[in-house]
Design a protein around this ligand. Structure first.
Ligand SMILES: NC(=O)c1ccc[n+]([C@@H]2O[C@H](COP(=O)([O-])OP(=O)(O)OC[C@H]3O[C@@H](n4cnc5c(N)ncnc54)[C@H](O)[C@@H]3O)[C@@H](O)[C@H]2O)c1
Ligand SMILES: O=C(O)C(=O)C[C@]1(C(=O)O)C=C[C@@H](O)C=C1
Length: 367
């Protein structure tokens, strides 16, 4: 029997997941639903889904896998709706939301009725949103957090991982509350800070428009994420309220400390502050998504052939383009491997892309 997947929320993450699922499970039928008709039409025309529906509850009853890929507050409402209808026996339901505690708690309601809800969160994304930004490689090598509870049979966790194996992500199990604490620190608080920084700059820019023109690499790097979807981030803050309030308190304390050492012109303390930050930052694992993703990565499909790496690096050397990192992601006999090349700048990346494509290599930009 052909398996049916119902995907609710046809944006960046939903679209990217659909592509990975279709690749690994070509026989399944992916039915898409989005509250925005336009998103549904786009997803269909991009062949991200096999068909779309305007009534997801009708499709839910015949689905084997249901994926919630909407902003997290909507996911809660959808779980409520699903709890009130008959679902297929053994149906697996998962989500991709950036917060987990409340969603998983609500999801238990579904598990109690003989189906299985397992929370999920791929730790890879982008400041871009919408189905047009979908990319089947988005999750490659990233951590994919799943949050089963004591009521989740191991067989169902394995089944979910099988559905999601096309992501090529690394699965990690976490307690939902731990998840929210950790992502609060490494994702949600940084997002608030980046957005606040852009707004403070905007205020000065009202009086001195030249300020934003001066924004160079540093400002751009630290504020890239402020371009993300406001509705997605509104929902995250609302759901991770207490953890964020605690983190903001610590942040304010930290800022107070910095104020004091600047006021006192305490050069030693200022040096120690930066030295410690540099040490911690330099120690973070680089080169793996979900930890610290190098920004300017290019993926190149390469045949499993001796000399292929020197061919690629030779082409780049000829164009005088420096590579900051090179890694073979996959190299098994008789299939294409993937090289990940990191560059110092977007310009270098684009030049490399052009040069390699002129030599008939297939390349993929980072999302
Ligand atoms: N963007 C990221 O970097 C990232 C990474 C990991 C997880 N997430 C999580 O993934 C989820 C989706 O994020 P995204 O980046 O794909 O956002 P997106 O804005 O690209 O897509 C969300 C889609 O959900 C639709 N939607 C909203 N409410 C809906 C509803 N009630 N019913 C059906 N569709 C609805 C929107 O119209 C939109 O098309 C969020 O929960 C987010 O927290 C995002
Ligand atoms: O913009 C990116 O590069 C992201 O990966 C976004 C990011 C993050 O903060 O790391 C944002 C929210 C998600 O829950 C996961 C990933």
């Amino acid at each position: 029997m052909r398996k049916q997947v119902l995907l609710i929320g046809l944006g960046l993450i939903g679209g990217s997941l659909a592509l990975t699922i279709k690749k690994e499970h070509p026989d399944c039928e992916i039915v898409g639903y989005d509250v925005e008709m336009e998103a549904g039409k786009l997803a269909l025309s991009l062949q991200v889904v096999d068909r779309i529906t305007d009534n997801y509850l009708q499709e839910a009853g015949t689905s084997d896998l249901i994926i919630l890929a909407t902003p997290v507050q909507s996911a809660i409402a959808i779980i409520e709706e699903l709890s009130s209808i008959a679902l297929k026996e053994n149906c697996l339901i998962t989500d991709v939301g950036s917060t987990k505690a409340t969603i998983v708690q609500k999801g238990e309601k579904l598990t109690q009725k003989g189906v299985y809800f397992i929370g999920g969160h791929p730790m890879a994304g982008s400041h871009k949103s919408g189905v047009t930004a979908s990319n089947e490689r988005l999750f490659e090598n990233a951590f994919y957090i799943i949050t089963p509870t004591k009521n989740t049979p191991t067989s169902k966790v394995i089944q979910l991982q099988n559905w999601l194996r096309g992501t090529k992500a690394r699965f990690m199990e976490l307690d939902p509350k731990d998840h929210d604490k950790f992502t609060g620190m490494i994702s949600h608080l940084p997002h608030v800070i980046a957005s606040a920084l852009v707004q403070q700059t905007g205020e000065m820019g009202k009086e001195h428009p030249v300020v934003s023109q001066l924004a160079a690499g540093g400002f751009r790097d630290i504020t890239r994420i402020a371009s993300a979807s406001p509705s997605m981030w509104r929902d995250i803050l609302l759901q991770n309220k207490q953890i964020l309030l605690d983190l903001l308190k610590d942040w304010e304390e930290g800022m107070k400390g910095i104020r004091q050492i600047i006021e006192k012109e305490d050069g030693e303390a200022i040096y120690a502050f930066f030295e410690n930050a540099k040490k911690l930052r330099d120690e973070l694992p680089v080169g793996e998504k979900g930890a610290l993703m190098p920004f300017n990565d290019l993926y190149v499909d390469v045949p499993d052939h001796p000399g292929v790496i020197s061919d690629v690096t030779g082409i780049l050397a000829e164009e005088k383009i420096s590579i900051t990192n090179i890694r073979i992601i996959e190299a098994r006999e008789d299939i294409m491997g993937v090289l990940r090349l990191s560059f110092r700048s977007k310009e270098d990346l684009l030049k490399a892309k052009e040069a390699l494509e002129n030599h008939m290599y297939e390349t993929y930009d980072t999302p």
